[in-house]
Design a protein around this ligand. Structure first.
Ligand SMILES: [Zn+2]
Length: 449
């Protein structure tokens, strides 16, 4: 309470009255129930919100057959939420809206129409196709999580986020792979990415000591940033807990010396080593001013641990004074821990986005989450599509559509209720919408638009 009143006094002393105007406009305390004017306010707001160019904090913009779309792959037999089932009519609506798809289902003989269209675009080459998809959805800029940026993505519109989990797996991974069916899919792919980075850095074999390995890790980040990387991405929640301890360097050094030339590390030794390398990565990302993205939510696969993926595991890291200058972007809203997540963003250097959850749940539920987020820390939340190809027919194109339409309507609905309840006026509502859909991300990544 004391802090709040000091802030207010400072604002008055400095004559910074603008933020208070909307408070003055309210005639009374906000009401707990919205009124009958919600649909009308919603329509008015949505018209304006449709005009806001989106800054997409998280996507996998890609053609369906491009294996660089992710450093991971979905294990077989993963379960799917209802909204993402093949029979969701919203995907037909997406294909109609984007391409004029002439059918009402994805029966194989119909889906072929759509697949052919995408294959033709891929064969044509050039960047016009994906720029065109963004234009149709009024998406201005889009972060693309990829192993490498694709020649068909315009670097002016699609900014590269590169993966760094592979640095956690330099040793003999037989024990890791044997853990379960998910790890059997994931870990060999991490080994592949690590070898790709080694080739990029002209590192023939693992360096002889930890100092050499650290140089390799740090230099890869430098070079990836030079190639256009704007952020680093951890999918670590798929492999292990997001809780990272803080082991002394000597311990990691001894473990590296023991295993770099062969031998299967014990689980405990591997974990300690990973915890140490993780901290090297944070340190380097901080030095290079590269925000760190974390998968922090539910995940695909049969063995994903909700507990391991809970964003609260990262509290010791994001609140560590050594990393106060590092920007942490905890993507997917920590779903289903969305309330925990928004309180994580109370830390100055923590941000979140609505990617993934924005198409897991329907807009009515996304509205509830956004209403809570906007009411708490509206300057720390961003839109993310998590656009991704689900199969050859339903691609990243359709998921861009589904995610952006859902977010625009849910934002308008959340804000309409808040306006009707007397929390603030429509002008303030639109300012908050712009923050979520564009401005917060543009500020975070330093785009001067
Ligand atoms: Zn993703």
């Amino acid at each position: 309470m004391r802090r709040r009143s000091i802030r207010l006094t400072n604002a008055l002393l400095l004559g910074v009255l603008a933020p208070l105007v909307w408070v003055a406009n309210a005639t009374a305390q906000a009401k707990p129930l919205a009124g009958g004017d919600v649909p009308k306010i919603y329509e008015r707001l949505l018209k304006q919100i449709d005009q806001i160019p989106i800054y997409d904090n998280h996507s996998h913009a890609t053609f369906a057959d491009d294996s660089d779309m992710d450093a991971m792959a979905a294990p077989p037999d993963e379960s799917t939420v209802l909204r993402l089932s093949d029979t969701n009519p919203e995907f037909v609506a997406a294909a109609k809206s984007l391409f004029g798809y002439p059918y009402d289902d994805f029966k194989p003989e119909h889906a072929k129409w759509l697949i052919d269209k995408k294959k033709t675009a891929e064969a044509a080459g050039g960047t016009a196709y994906w720029d065109g998809i963004l234009d149709k959805l009024n998406i201005e800029t889009c972060l693309a999580n990829r192993v490498a940026l694709a020649p068909y993505l315009d670097p002016k519109r699609f900014h590269w986020v590169f993966f760094v989990d592979s640095f956690l797996f330099p040793f003999d991974n037989h024990n890791q792979i044997a853990k379960n069916g998910d790890m059997a899919v994931y870990v060999p792919l991490q080994e592949k990415v690590l070898h790709r980075y080694m080739k990029q850095e002209n590192v023939g074999a693992l360096p002889a000591d930890l100092a050499g390995y650290e140089r390799f890790v740090r230099q890869t980040l430098v070079d990836n940033q030079k190639k256009g990387g704007v952020a680093v991405k951890f999918e670590a929640a798929y492999f292990r807990s997001l809780y990272f301890s803080d082991p002394p360097r000597e311990k990691a050094e001894a473990i590296y010396a023991k295993y770099h030339a062969g031998d299967v590390p014990s689980d405990e030794d591997y974990r300690i080593f990973q915890d140490y390398v993780f901290r090297v990565l944070i340190d380097q990302a901080g030095k290079l001013n590269l925000p760190m993205h974390f998968h922090s939510a539910v995940g695909i696969g049969d063995y994903f641990s909700l507990r391991n993926g809970n964003p609260l595991n990262l509290e010791n890291v994001v609140r560590d004074p050594r990393y106060s200058k590092v920007k942490f972007v905890l993507i997917h809203g920590g779903y289903p821990y969305t309330l925990d997540m928004i309180w994580m963003t109370a830390a100055k250097n923590v941000y979140t986005d609505s990617s993934l959850m924005g198409y897991y749940v329907y807009p009515s539920e996304l509205k509830n989450i956004l209403k809570q987020w906007i009411s708490l820390f509206p300057e720390k939340i961003m839109f993310g599509s998590d656009a991704f190809p689900f199969n050859e027919a339903v691609g990243a194109e359709e998921t861009f559509w589904l995610a952006s339409r859902s977010a625009r309507t849910a934002t308008a609905a959340a804000l309409a209720e808040l306006v009707s309840e007397g929390a603030f006026n429509e002008e303030k509502a639109l300012e908050l919408a712009r923050r979520y859909l564009h401005d917060n991300a543009a500020m975070l990544y330093g785009d001067k638009r």
